[in-house]
Ligand binder design. Structure first.
Ligand code: HEC
Length: 114
């Protein structure tokens, strides 16, 4: 009984040892570009550290342009509602960055009150 179990196992192990290494023609993987990738700018690192764990940058950037107060409220909402572990000291940087990123996109200046 023991041998009957052992033999197939031995063959299996031998087969594994002899298996050719799988070589991939292309060793690097290119992930699809996120169209909403974060543009360069002060505060970008804070946004990456605090905001990109749960959703892509496009969730943040492809939004209607909003005021500073509304961005602050959005960040607060991430923390209170979704339990985002956001470093409180980084919040002003995050808000500045998001405002600038929005302004850089086009028609709205940094201080647009809305
Ligand atoms: C713990 C996970 C988590 C983190 C971290 C997080 N978010 Fe979110 N966020 C969510 C969820 C969940 C939603 C709503 C569902 C969705 O639209 O995917 C959301 C939606 C949003 C939206 C869409 C509009 C809205 O109010 O729903 C914006 C803008 C946003 N997040 C910005 C941010 C910013 C800025 C940060 C960093 C300060 C951040 N998020 C960090 C979970 C998170």
């Amino acid at each position: 009984m023991r041998a009957a179990l052992f033999l197939p196992l031995a063959f299996l192990l031998a087969a594994c040892g002899a298996a050719p290494r799988v070589e991939f023609a292309d060793a690097s993987i290119t992930l699809p570009d996120d169209p909403g990738d974060l543009p360069e700018g002060p505060g970008r690192d804070s946004v990456i550290e605090n905001c990109t764990a749960c959703h892509s940058p496009s969730t943040m950037l492809q939004q209607p342009k909003i005021s500073r107060e509304k961005w602050e409220a959005t960040v607060k909402k991430m923390v209170t509602l979704y339990k985002a572990p956001v470093d409180e000291k980084a919040v002003p940087q995050i808000v500045d960055y998001l405002l600038a990123a929005q302004a850089g996109e086009g028609d709205v200046s940094r201080e647009t009150p809305r």
